[in-house]
Design a protein around this ligand. Structure first.
Ligand SMILES: NC(=O)c1ccc[n+]([C@@H]2O[C@H](COP(=O)([O-])OP(=O)(O)OC[C@H]3O[C@@H](n4cnc5c(N)ncnc54)[C@H](OP(=O)(O)O)[C@@H]3O)[C@@H](O)[C@H]2O)c1
Length: 295
C-alpha cells in the first residue's frame, strides 16, 4: 500500500490522513490513528500551526512511550507560517518566516510535540516572499545531517518557486503539496503538476474532496451531486471514493490527503484504491464541474 513519493524518495501510504481538522480529544485522535492504520493508511500530515499549535501535541501524546506505534507510521509536518495566537504573544501579525533560525526551532518543537526523534518529511507550508533559498538550504542540510528530518519538500509553491528552491538544495525535494480536486483542478493545467512530473516528484493533494463542501446541501454542490451519483453507481463506490479515484487516475501519482475526522470515513476512503476510472469517465466527471467539454 506504500509507494515512493519521488524517485528514490520516502515510501508513504498512497492515501494520507490529514490532521488539520483533528481539533479533538486525545482518545478520538487515537481512534483515528488506529482506524487509518487498519485501512492501510500509515502516513499522517501535520503542520506546527494546526489546531492553533495544539494538534501535533495531542497526536504526540498517543505516540508517547509507544515506539512500536511510531515505527508503523510516517510523519509529515510543515513550518513557515506564524499565526497570531495566545500561544505566541510575540506575533503581531500573521506572517511567513522561512529563516534558518525559525525552520530549525520549529522542527525542534514539532519533534517534542510529536514525541519523536525524527520527522519523515518536512514541508515549507507556503512560499514566503522574503525566503532566501541559500538560508533554507542551510537549514535543511543541518536538519538532515542531524537525522532530525529525513526528507524535505514544499507546499503551495508555483512551478518556478519549486525549481528555484531546488536549484539551491543539494538533494531532491520530494513533493509539492497543493490543492487539487475535481472541484479545483487548476494545478493540473498551470504547469505545477507537469513540473513535478519532470522531476519525478509526486504532488500531495490537499482538500481532495473539496474540503467537504460537496457534502453540504447548498448551491452548485447539489447539482454536482446529482451528476456524480451515476458514476458512483457505475463503479459501485461511494462519492468520496469516486473523488479520490479521480485523483489517483492521474499519471502524476498524486497522493491525496484525506481530511475527515470520522474513523469510518477514513476506512471508506482507503477503498478508493480499488476503483479504476475509465479515461472518458475521468473527462465526464471534469465536465460535470466545469460545465463544458475540453477544447
Ligand atoms: N498545505 C496546505 O496548505 C493545506 C491546506 C489545507 C489542508 N491541508 C492538508 O490536507 C488535509 C485535508 O484537507 P481537507 O480536510 O480540506 O480535506 P477533505 O478530505 O477534502 O475535506 C474534509 C472535510 O470533508 C468532510 N467530509 C468528508 N467526507 C464526508 C462525507 N461523506 N459526508 C460529509 N462530510 C464529509 C469532512 O467532515 P468529517 O470530518 O465530518 O468527515 C471534513 O470536514 C488537511 O487535514 C491537511 O493535512 C494542507
Amino acid at each position: 500500500m506504500r509507494a515512493e513519493l519521488s524517485a528514490g524518495g520516502p515510501a508513504l501510504s498512497r492515501i494520507v490522513a490529514g490532521a488539520w481538522r483533528w481539533k479533538l480529544e486525545t482518545k478520538e485522535i487515537e481512534r483515528l490513528i488506529y482506524a487509518a492504520l487498519e485501512a492501510g493508511i500509515s502516513s499522517f500530515d501535520h503542520a506546527d500551526i494546526y489546531g492553533d499549535y495544539e494538534n501535533e501535541k495531542k497526536f504526540g501524546s498517543v505516540l508517547k512511550g509507544n515506539s512500536a506505534l511510531r515505527g508503523r507510521l510516517e510523519l509529515i509536518t510543515k513550518c513557515g507560517i506564524r499565526l497570531v495566537s495566545a500561544a505566541h504573544p510575540e506575533h503581531r501579525i500573521k506572517h511567513y518566516d522561512t529563516s534558518k533560525e525559525h525552520i530549525i526551532r520549529s522542527v525542534e518543537n514539532s519533534l517534542l510535540n510529536l514525541s519523536t526523534d525524527r520527522l519523515d518529511v518536512l514541508l515549507l507550508h507556503r512560499p514566503d516572499p522574503l525566503m532566501h533559498p541559500e538560508e533554507i538550504a542551510g537549514a535543511f542540510q543541518l536538519l538532515k545531517e542531524h537525522g532530525k528530518v529525513l526528507w524535505f519538500g514544499v507546499s503551495n509553491f508555483s512551478a518556478t518557486q519549486f525549481e528555484m528552491l531546488q536549484a539551491y538544495v543539494p538533494f531532491p525535494l520530494i513533493t509539492n503539496q497543493v490543492e487539487i480536486s475535481l472541484f479545483n483542478s487548476v494545478k493540473l493545467f498551470d504547469g505545477t503538476v507537469d513540473t513535478l512530473m519532470k522531476h519525478r516528484v509526486s504532488p500531495m493533494a490537499w482538500s481532495p474532496l473539496g474540503g467537504g463542501k460537496y457534502f453540504t446541501a447548498s448551491g452548485q454542490a447539489e447539482t454536482i451531486e446529482m451528476k456524480l451519483e451515476g458514476f458512483a453507481s457505475k463503479y459501485n463506490c461511494t462519492i468520496s471514493q469516486l473523488l479520490l479515484a479521480w485523483l489517483l487516475r492521474h499519471p502524476a501519482n498524486i497522493f491525496p490527503i484525506l481530511g475527515t475526522t470520522n474513523p469510518d470515513r477514513i476506512k471508506d476512503g482507503a477503498g478508493a484504491l480499488r476503483v479504476e476510472l475509465d479515461r472518458q469517465d475521468w473527462f465526464a466527471m471534469l465536465k460535470s464541474v466545469t460545465g463544458k467539454d475540453v477544447a
